[in-house]
Ligand binder design. Structure first.
Ligand code: DQA
Length: 148
């Protein structure tokens, strides 16, 4: 069985560190990915990270994961609130899928209250800053090794 986690980062997340630091903090995407990869590796997983500002790239990464990954951890950025195409792609992936957000979209502007992805993932974690990624990894770990 694969031990790969596809970590997906959507539009504007490449600007983390300087983008609205009062909301998203000052940790860069590279730092989030490095920490996630280290913790995942300690738990026996490999990580493939894909960041794109283009919806189609993210969809194709999900398609690729169907053959190679045991889980997808996805922060789709604002595509979370609009992309039915990404939801359809996630529906084709049979492994564990965790939707992640640094901020808590439910506590923000009304347009962020809808997640088009929520019904296509195993579960969602939001609002804990960098810790959201650690909680997502913990979910993957527990769901792939039911005894731990
Ligand atoms: C985000 C929340 C989204 O509403 C926003 O568009 C983002 C980041 C988060 O991680 O909090 O780009 O996904």
């Amino acid at each position: 069985m694969s031990n790969e986690i596809l970590l997906l980062s959507g539009p504007n997340l490449d600007l983390l560190g300087t983008r609205n630091p009062e909301i998203y903090g000052t940790t860069t995407l590279a730092e989030h990915v490095e920490r996630f990869t280290k913790l995942a590796s300690d738990a026996g997983f490999s990580v493939r990270h894909v960041q794109s500002n283009f919806e189609g790239d993210l969809i194709e990464a999900v398609h690729g994961a169907r053959e190679s990954a045991v889980a997808i951890v996805i922060n789709a950025g604002a595509l979370t609130h609009s992309s039915w195409a990404l939801a359809d792609a996630l529906d084709t992936f049979n492994g564990i899928k965790v939707e992640v957000h640094l901020s808590n979209p439910a506590a923000r502007e009304p347009f962020r209250h809808l997640s088009t992805l929520a019904g296509s993932v195993s579960g969602s974690i939001a609002g804990f800053g960098a810790t959201s990624y650690e909680l997502a990894l913990d979910a993957v770990r527990r769901l792939t090794s039911p005894s731990s």
